[in-house]
Design a protein around this ligand. Structure first.
Ligand code: SF4
Ligand code: SF4
Ligand code: SF4
Length: 301
């Protein structure tokens, strides 16, 4: 029997999701045995995938070329799946949606502190940036999502097994706190000393109790607004969650959900101690959210 055909491609991202694929180690050998890989940027030099049963797409749509590649692949793929948080929600590249494109380019190529005599790149050969970064499902129909920045090899192995056996991809609707092993004691609600010690970085606390919920120690943790499934890997390393699995399916707006949850736990005014609430709450899912990045969109066109 012919093996199912698999293709992968990358749009605007960092290629980390493809590295996670290679990180499957010996499981990759099982996958290679079960499928015919027709195009995969780290493994082949095929620019144009032929018709395939399953296509995995890493990265967000940020350029005209991205959109063209994605639309062509959609036409040739039985199932097209978003691989990683950039493809699912816009990811880190989507943070540029907070600014008009001209400002973002100026900042990146001219105004950065390490740049001397910077100029904006200008060549016919450079793909034109689109005014806003978009998750791939704003451009084409998507048949499944594998969130994570990057998805863990275990998640990828499970997703590939499901895809190759014709099953739907199903992810949990619960948030990360459900799988977090940290202990919850009494959440402080009126301790003003705690408010003034509220910090953004774990480096700012002398001692972090590795067994206690971060929020209870005054450290912002996105677990309350983030989908479970990563096995709480940052928490295991004594780092708070930054939300890379994206929002739970019932909360389109990850940043607002986090603000809502934290605001109901902490005393009034606590959030004003954070410098960058958007960067914290919407770091991974801004383009898929309903948040104010849409302000000024009409001016950009
Ligand atoms: S989801 Fe993360 S690892 Fe994957 S391409 Fe985007 S930034 Fe890179
Ligand atoms: S807020 Fe963070 S540390 Fe606290 S239970 Fe949720 S995931 Fe764990
Ligand atoms: S703990 Fe949070 S930031 Fe870390 S991998 Fe999991 S979802 Fe991503």
């Amino acid at each position: 029997m012919a093996k199912p055909k698999l293709a992968t491609t990358w749009l605007t991202g960092c290629s980390g999701c493809h590295i996670s694929l290679v990180d499957l180690d010996e499981t990759l050998l099982d996958v290679v045995g079960q499928v015919e890989i027709t195009a995969c940027p780290p493994l082949t030099d095929v620019k144009e995938a032929p018709e395939v049963d399953v296509a995995l797409v890493e990265g967000a749509v940020a350029t005209e070329e991205n959109e063209e590649v994605l639309r062509r692949l959609r036409e040739r793929a039985g199932k097209l799946v978003a691989l990683g948080t950039c493809a699912c929600f816009g990811g880190i590249p989507g943070l540029r949606n907070l600014h008009p494109l001209a400002q973002a380019l100026q900042r990146a190529y001219v105004d950065t502190e390490s740049t001397v005599h910077g100029v904006l790149p200008c060549s016919e050969e450079i793909p034109r940036l689109q005014p806003f970064v978009r998750p791939i499902d704003e451009v084409v129909k998507v048949d499944g999502y594998i969130p994570g920045c990057p998805p863990t090899p275990k998640m990828l192995a499970q997703a590939l097994a499901a895809l190759l056996s014709g099953q739907e991809l199903v992810w949990s609707r619960r948030n990360l706190c459900e799988e977090c092993p940290r202990e919850h004691r009494a959440m402080k609600t009126t301790d003003f000393e705690f408010i003034s010690q509220n910090v953004s970085s774990v480096c700012e606390l002398d001692e972090i109790d590795p067994k206690l919920c971060f929020l209870e120690q005054g450290v912002p943790c996105l677990g309350v607004a983030t989908r479970e499934g990563c096995e709480a890997r940052c928490l295991a390393g004594n780092m708070p969650c930054r939300g890379c699995m994206g929002p739970t399916p019932d909360a389109k707006e990850q940043g607002a959900k986090w603000v809502n949850a934290v605001a109901s736990l902490l005393p009034a005014g606590t959030l004003s101690f954070l410098d960058d609430v958007m960067g914290l709450g919407c770091r991974f899912a801004l383009p898929a959210s309903l948040s104010p990045h849409w302000v000024g969109k009409e001016d950009e066109k």
